[in-house]
Design a protein around this ligand. Structure first.
Ligand SMILES: [Zn+2]
Length: 464
């Protein structure tokens, strides 16, 4: 039986959900659902695997699924999960204390401490309180081993808000100090240039790896590990070489490491660059990172099949840039173009900056851009590109009047995928949960409900 803490906010929500469901059923015709036996009461989970595709709009899910069907001949695993009646689906609102549009720090803080906080802080309330983050409580009060895995720098907001209190998300040194102090068992991602071996050596039980080979070799060896596998962000999947592990490789290695070396664990795995690709209006980078994230979801599902005491949550922290297929008619040509893209926009900027100063011309930029999207630019497209490179207005919406958005709009002519801005949006997002207690996640929820669910199912003390 799951615990029933007297002050859990889920109690009231469950009541409301039940009342709403009763009202709907009273109005609805008799259905198959009425004849189905009630699900047995869930047991409490021992492990948590929480997978976060940062900044994944529902449009990103749809575009990536259409791309997956075109290139792989199948749906995303996440898409199939939506249709699985044994998996709980929730429509999640993401507003924070001071904004309808939420940044990753405030969003992950909702998971970390169950409170709406202001944008830009890590588990730090508007009243200047620092509630103990959820993974710290899981370690201290329930003895769970803790892992944080990300494709961006490990000091970034999403991993940090599971284990850190800070009034500013940019306090990277303080973030690592708290990872060390709170004895996080496993830290894997980028950010190596802002994290010295000396800082991590404040706890001599931490072993540091800085290559894929060393990281994979260390997994399975008991002890605390910090794998810093890139100076800052890890590569977009579309640009990744074998020198860096894929998110699925990182997930497989870390989940099995924790499962084989510890009694029970909680791990957060972030596909961070889904968010970056959406900010950059880069459809090709987006679908490749979405598929890489989906491969990591498969790893978690396979693990949970063998270890059913595992709660798996697949979700995101907020919508971003709302990509969507936005042209009528046959899509074969657009899907073929999208599948043929070679590199990210980030690759274009990197290679442009690497040119000698005299070579950094608008034509050189356009040539690199053409190589990345594997398409020839029209005269009009070159004119628009030149305008933005020359800092002249190229979009009437001031938020979108920048080079990457203009590149995204040009790419939309070839890929058929358009974005609404470079910014996060207030759109609700999707959360999927399976395993013991997953069906207690409200069908319409807020990010803070996921905190409350974890707190309740793992019998953690409430934040004060
Ligand atoms: Zn973002």
């Amino acid at each position: 039986m799951p615990p029933s803490p007297p002050h859990s906010s889920l109690d009231r929500r469950e009541f409301l959900t039940a009342a709403s469901a009763a009202a709907l059923l009273a109005a609805a015709p008799a259905s198959r659902a009425l004849a189905e036996p009630r699900k047995p009461k869930p047991n409490r989970p021992r492990n948590l695997i929480m997978l976060v595709a940062d900044g994944m709009s529902t449009g990103s899910l749809q575009v990536a699924n259409i791309h997956a069907r075109h290139t792989l001949g199948r749906n995303l695993h996440m898409y199939d999960m939506l249709a699985d009646p044994s998996i709980t689906t929730s429509l999640v609102n993401t507003d924070c204390a001071n904004s309808l549009v939420t940044d990753s720090a405030a969003a992950a803080s909702c998971w970390g401490c169950g409170h709406r906080v202001n944008n830009g802080v890590l588990c730090y309330t508007p009243e200047h309180r620092s509630p103990e983050p959820i993974f710290v409580r899981a370690k201290r009060h329930a003895g769970k081993a803790i892992g944080l895995v990300s494709t961006t720098f490990i000091q970034d907001a999403t991993p940090a808000a599971f284990a850190v209190n800070a009034p500013k998300r940019s306090m990277y040194r303080a973030v690592v100090d708290q990872y060390v102090d709170y004895k996080i068992d496993l830290i894997v991602g980028g950010g190596g240039r802002e994290c010295s071996d000396e800082q991590l050596a404040q706890d001599p039980s931490i072993t540091v790896q800085r290559t894929k080979t060393a990281f994979l070799k260390a997994m399975g060896t008991p002890g605390r590990h910090a794998a810093l596998l890139a100076d800052w962000h890890m590569r977009y999947e579309i640009d990744r070489t074998d020198a860096e592990p894929s998110l699925a490789e990182m997930s497989r290695a870390t989940i099995h490491h924790l499962a084989n070396t510890r009694e029970a664990f909680c791990i957060m795995i972030e596909g961070a660059r889904v968010d970056h690709a959406a900010h950059g209006n880069d459809a090709a980078a987006l679908v490749h990172d979405m598929l890489a994230f989906d491969d990591a979801v498969r790893v978690a599902l396979d693990y949970a099949k063998d270890d059913p005491e595992t709660l798996v949550i697949v979700t995101t922290d907020h919508a971003n840039a709302n990509p969507g297929i936005a042209r009528y008619g046959s899509y074969d040509r657009y899907l073929a173009n999208l599948a043929s893209a070679k590199h990210s926009f980030e690759w274009v900027f990197e290679h442009f900056r690497a040119l000698p100063t005299t070579g950094r011309t608008p034509d050189a930029f356009a040539d690199l851009f053409q190589r990345a999207i594997n398409a020839e630019l029209s005269t009009v497209e070159r004119t628009m590109l030149n305008r933005t490179l020359d800092n002249r207005p190229a979009d009437a919406f001031e938020e979108a009047d920048n080079t990457t958005c203009v590149m995204g709009a040009i790419a939309a002519n070839h890929f058929g995928v358009a974005f609404n801005s470079p910014n996060h949006t207030s759109d609700p997002v999707i959360s999927l949960a399976l395993g013991p207690g997953a069906d207690l996640l409200p069908r319409v929820s807020h990010l803070t409900d996921t905190h409350d669910l974890i707190q309740r199912l793992f019998d953690l003390p409430p934040v004060t």
